[in-house]
Write a protein that binds this ligand. Structure first.
Ligand code: NAD
Ligand code: MG
Length: 385
């Protein structure tokens, strides 16, 4: 049977979300066609992805990276440099852009796609953390859709189908709690890079894995939800759910709570963002109700995980706070991964830089870009590296 085809571009195809997207495409029975893919530096992995999905275009965003063109499928156009992401996402054939570049670097491609009214399947939460109001306005002005890929936001988005946001009492984001859920303060002080990279339920790229361990990931997701669903931060809660089966919950005015459940596997939210509003068979793991399993829920501990309170504050402030917070976190995480910053100091670094910056409630994109660079420099100084 043939199906109507949706034409997609995959930014960050060599990453964890990018590779899962390739699997979703392969299982789509022709429903998804890949116009182009991008990767930063792992060029062999990028070529292997190209061989699997046969795109028309491949973008290598790091101009210093060499690529063995013999490994590319025949007829595939090779483009090099960060600005080529714009040519790819704005290509007339592209319907949906999977935004799966990590960090602030992901903003450019998403912005360019929204400018042309393309649908964005958004994995890159940093885009909304940095420039939530501007990004949502751009989407609105160009009648472009942003469909969340982040599993919590996908869960909320699914629970909201057929509902009005005005009837929502609370959005409850679930968090696995990461590898250190039951660690004491002393144990948290001694966390190693290896321990932080061993997430109990999710396989992800290194930056988001560290973010999950500090609970910064949930802080970023609170901010992401605030702008994506246009709800005040007072309506957003976090609950710890170690099994990562309930991906989030929406409580309505009448007390009814809708949850979305599935085993922890990003292929489902990725596919839903690409199939929306349709659904079709997915290669993701399925819930097995023939075996006993439990779903626990615990309140979040903001004393041991101060990132949560910080996320709530930044979501409440808006303006320039998100961009500074994000840049400080990206810099601090990179230093932690290089062994130059203690695990517990990541959140302290973010708070210090945030408090030090000149807050502006209505920044432009240019201002946010400058602040991103400023906050990175200040964080390096604070760390003393
Ligand atoms: P990853 O580190 O595995 O992959 C990152 C991708 O971005 C790679 O393809 C890399 O080549 C590309 N990249 C890195 N730096 C770049 C730059 N300067 N310019 C252009 N491209 C660059 O990361 P990931 O885990 O796949 O996460 C990607 C995004 O999705 C992040 O924003 C993350 O927060 C979000 N996300 C990931 C998951 C997950 O399960 N992995 C879940 C929810 C949300
Ligand atoms: Mg998430």
């Amino acid at each position: 049977m043939t199906h109507p085809t949706r034409n997609i571009a995959v930014l960050g195809a060599t990453g964890s979300i990018g590779q899962s997207t390739i699997e979703v495409v392969e299982a789509s029975e022709g429903r998804l066609n890949v116009v182009g893919i991008s990767g930063h530096s792992q060029t062999e992995k990028l070529c292997l992805a190209a061989q699997r999905v046969q795109p028309d275009m491949v973008v290598v965003t790091d101009p210093a990276s060499n690529i063995d063109t013999e490994m590319l499928p025949s007829g595939c156009q090779l483009l090099s440099g960060e600005e080529q992401v714009i040519s790819l996402v704005q290509h007339e054939q592209v319907d949906i852009v999977v935004a799966a570049i990590v960090g602030f670097a992901g903003l450019r491609g998403t912005w360019a796609a929204l400018e042309k009214g393309k649908t964005v399947a958004l994995a890159n939460k940093e885009t909304l953390v940095v420039g939530g109001p501007l990004v949502m306005k751009l989407a609105n002005d160009n009648a472009a859709k942003i469909i969340p890929v982040d599993s919590e936001h996908s869960a909320v988005f699914q629970a909201l189908q057929g509902a009005e946001i005005s009837q929502v009492k609370r959005i409850i984001l679930t968090a696995s709690g990461g590898p250190f859920l039951h660690h004491t303060q002393d144990q948290l002080d001694a966390v190693t890079v290896e321990e932080a990279l061993a997430h109990p339920t999710w396989q992800m790229g290194p930056k988001i894995t560290v973010d999950s361990a500090t609970m910064m990931n949930k802080a970023l997701e609170i901010i992401e939800a605030r702008w994506l669903f246009d709800v005040p931060v007072e309506k957003i809660d976090v609950a710890i759910h170690p099994q990562s089966i309930v991906h989030s919950l929406v409580e309505f005015e009448d007390g009814s709570v809708m949850a979305q459940m599935s085993p922890p596997d990003m292929k489902l939210p990725i596919q839903y963002a690409l199939s929306y509003p349709d659904r079709w068979p997915s290669p993701s793991k399925k819930l097995d109700l023939t075996e006993a399993f439990s779903c626990d829920f615990l309140p979040a501990d903001t004393e041991r995980f101060p990132a949560l309170a910080l996320g709530m504050e930044v979501a409440g402030q808006g303006g320039t706070a998100g961009a500074v917070f994000n840049a400080a976190n990206e810099t601090a995480v990179a230093h932690f991964l290089d062994g130059r910053l203690q695990f517990n100091r990541i959140v302290h670094a973010c708070r210090a830089i945030l408090e030090y910056h000149d807050f502006d409630p209505n920044p432009s994109l240019e201002q946010l870009t400058q602040l991103d660079a400023w906050a990175r420099k200040e964080t390096i100084q604070w760390i003393g590296a």
